[in-house]
Design a protein around this ligand. Sequence first.
Ligand code: MN
Length: 338
Amino acid sequence: MTDPAPHAVSHPALRPTSPEVWSGRIDGDGPEHRRWHQCVDSAGGDATASPDSGSPRTHADVALVGFASDEGVRRNKGRVGAAQAPDAVRTALAPLAVHGELGVHDAGTVEVADGDLESAQAALGDAVSGLLDSHRVVVVLGGGHETAWGSYLGRASSSRLLDARVGVLNLDAHFDLREAEQPTSGTPFLQMARADEARGADFRYHVVGISEASNTATLFDTADRLGATWRLDIDCAPAQLDEILAEVDVFIAGVDAVHLSIDLDVLPAAVAPGVSAPAAYGVPLETLLPLCRHLAASGKVALIDIAELNPAHDIDSRTARVAARLVHTLVAPQRRPS
Ligand SMILES: [Mn+2]
């Protein structure tokens, strides 16, 4: 694996989101008719735009940035296609109804040029760093799970989270703690562990949804050695929600902020068919959605990754819609408080 320090490279620019992506039905201009596409400022490309120049409706307290990458998945020998995901999630978010005030700044999308994943991750880090300092929460729309390493680079260099105790909560069937010669979609959390060690920060890592059959004994040993905690997919039935929330509460009580990383392959393949590695078992949405509501109510979630959506294998945008519903639940106001 390469050195965890950010590379000295020329960064690919952010591609502004096409206006057609944030379009859709308009029932009226009043708050009672509000949908996501009416709350988004996608004037484009400028990740460091001041919040005041954001949404015309309200202060943009949520920032979106895309990471159009499947290079990590390709290197990890998975099925590629995740590079098309950021706009697929935006398209699924656009028509969702917003109940209350929501201001969203869409900073655009970082693309991977010529397989140069490391430069793109550094560029994502630069964008995330600036966005974190000017928004309540930053949502990174991946991309394979290599997205999470770019997010880490951003939070580790942001004024806001530089010295904060940040807990990484990963909703995933996999640990993604793989030892490899180069960074892939299977290595981001080992990269974080090493980078945290190098800068004298505690690596705090909790995973919900681990598939015992999809992680080797070596990966379980690595997780143990790093002091990680986890819950297996078979222990994530809706009836076990209270236990899951209690565990998560213990985890987040010990941190100042949460980096929530969601790998959509944590969901059953029937619910999330459009992923790089579909899950035979998976954590039901009836567990994941209340967990996300609970996390949103904690007020500690500062950074969110949505990873591994693969539109090429999706069915009726089913997986993109689930991804959008999770983002909506995490950052938009909810009529019924948790
Ligand atoms: Mn993953």
